[in-house]
Design a protein around this ligand. Sequence first.
Ligand SMILES: [Fe+2]
Length: 232
Amino acid sequence: MSMIDFHSHILPGIDDGSRDAAMTRAMLEMSAAQGVTHMVATPHFYADLDTVDRFLARRERAIETAVPLAQEAGVDLFVGAEAAFFDGMSAAEEIEKLKIEGTDLLLLEMPFRAWSARDVRELERLLNGGYELILAHMERFPEFQRDKGILEAVLDLPLLVQINAEALLSWGPRHQVLKWFKAGKAHLLGSDCHNTDRRPPDLAEGRAVLLKKLGEDFLAGMDDFAEEILGL
Ligand SMILES: [Fe+2]
């Protein structure tokens, strides 16, 4: 059985995640010690600051450094991105290159503001355009949505919702997140690890809460589904 971390800033020197090879190595070792077998490397991509091709060239260099370190740690890396949502994204063909390798999955970071009906339509266009969307750390967004109908409309779309392990560790978001998992509105867990101290790999701690609150069968079902969508 594999244990997959769907959201990580494990690649060195590419975003506000791992600083260098030494930190990447340490983060990989921390993850492996928690039982993580696969990590999806999802460096930030912002279309207003970068081009896809420049990003991919930087990512390629970071991967070359990270892959041997991952092999040493016994972790398999999948390469993707955490693509920041923008209006018109569905028409920007090069965004396809940010899908998780070998899949149609795109880890999408929604804007930290109130969402609009226009945003929902953009999500629908992405879904109709061959993307399987994973919304990153969904627990961070409800506080911006005064219109809960928009939040519901997004959660009702045929997309996947990723939760950060951290959300299960604090009393505030835990209740909401467990409700989503139970209702089939949240599907995947990630650490969103950025470093070894402030935002360290913590997948196992989040999983322990899921196990305690939702049970063994739930966790096994989540793992099976995670394997399936990555083609493992
Ligand atoms: Fe992230």
